[in-house]
Design a protein around this ligand. Structure first.
Ligand SMILES: Nc1nc2c(ncn2[C@@H]2O[C@H](COP(=O)(O)OP(=O)(O)OP(=O)(O)O)[C@@H](O)[C@H]2O)c(=O)[nH]1
Ligand SMILES: [Mg+2]
Length: 332
């Protein structure tokens, strides 16, 4: 990861509050020395609760708050007084946070919406006071329930990386080079076709500690669906990506034509791939001047947002990231 401020995994110790004990008190008053049971219930122990917050993008804020202890409930009192509930602890987490039991790895909860609250570690129930135990045959129960103990556990919070962008392009289009300039990934780069033989993933740091994952896959050529080149088996790696970024080099003979070939190969592999949002980056823009760029602009496909970039000079790399981020987070 390019920045140490991006934290997507923390282990925290959660301890919910003990429930307060029920009271075994009996009513007493002048002239009424043997009143009935009036012990109140104990208060519930505090819960540890997770709350989704769409303004958070990492678990960094929890790195120094690894002990989360909720308050105990207080005991029940006389005159049917219920004990006070232990204060809950509410932990704010980014959307896409998954909580697991650290020992078993079992998933406990997942937060997907802003404002969503889920109890992670429930507080102990308060015990019932003796008033609950009176009956026809026992009108003076001296028994009251103890409070239920809280739970002390280790929990792993993990951030599922929000969404991905898959790179689609001919060999040599500059896919791996782009990944290497926007992420800490170090894919092999060379000026021959099929340099990339297996997919590479990189985490792209975006403004304010946000991030997304970019997948660089081997180049696709015409006929890939029939097995030419490395074929299209690698396309399965972009099936779960939420958007596709097409990369076509400025030195392509015909950008619109190359785009159509890529689309057609994707369609043959899995038509659903064409339902994903698409963006187009024309790469190696450092090789042409502004005049030529303006001329080329007129020949580009018009059905998707397009930007001229250069991984060599960093031209339009930030606007490209903005474009990707917008597409990943668009609400449609
Ligand atoms: N001038 C210039 N050359 C670039 C740029 N980006 C990539 N290249 C060059 O283009 C060639 C291919 O780059 P790669 O990143 O390996 O291309 P690829 O799309 O990953 O290729 P495959 O893995 O074979 O599919 C290399 O020689 C790069 O140095 C750029 O922005 N400007
Ligand atoms: Mg490559």
């Amino acid at each position: 990861m390019a920045s140490n401020n991006f934290i997507d995994y923390v282990k925290i110790n959660c301890r919910s509050g003990n429930g307060g004990a029920g009271s075994a008190h009996f009513f007493r008053a002048k002239g009424l020395p043997n009143g009935g049971p009036d012990g109140g219930d104990g208060g519930r122990g505090g819960h540890i609760i997770l709350e989704g917050n769409s303004q958070l993008w990492t678990l960094l804020h929890l790195q120094y708050q690894k002990h989360q202890f909720a308050e105990n409930g207080t005991n029940g009192g006389e005159a049917l007084c219920t004990g006070a509930q232990g204060k809950d602890i509410i932990i704010q987490v980014p959307l896409g946070t998954i909580a697991r039991n650290a020992e078993t790895g079992e998933k406990k909860v997942e937060i997907t919406e802003h404002g969503q609250r889920i109890i992670l570690t429930p507080g102990g129930r308060g015990g019932l006071g003796n008033d609950h135990f009176k009956s026809a045959t026992n009108q003076a129960p001296t028994y009251a329930q103890p409070g239920e103990p809280g739970i002390d556990e280790l929990v792993i919070l993990e951030l599922k990386l929000l969404a991905d962008v898959g790179l689609v392009g001919f060999p040599n289009a500059g896919k791996s080079t782009l990944l290497s300039v926007v992420s800490a990934a170090k894919p092999k780069i060379a000026d021959y076709a099929f340099t990339t033989l297996t997919p590479n993933l990189g985490v792209v740091a975006y403004r304010d500690y946000k991030s997304f994952v970019m997948a660089d896959i081997p180049g696709i050529i015409e006929g890939a669906a029939e097995g030419r080149g490395l074929g299209i088996r690698f396309l399965k790696h972009i099936e779960r990506n939420s958007i596709l970024l097409f990369l076509i080099s400025v030195d392509s003979n015909d950008i619109a034509d190359e785009y159509e070939i890529l689309l057609s190969e994707l369609r043959q592999f899995n038509p659903e791939l064409l339902e994903k949002k698409r963006l187009l980056a024309i790469t190696k823009a450092d090789l042409i001047d502004d005049e030529l760029e303006a001329e080329m602009r007129a020949t580009l496909p018009t059905d998707l947002p397009t930007v001229f970039i250069s991984s060599l000079t960093n031209k339009n790399i930030m606007p490209l990231k903005d474009m990707i981020w917008q597409a990943l987070n668009a609400k449609d």
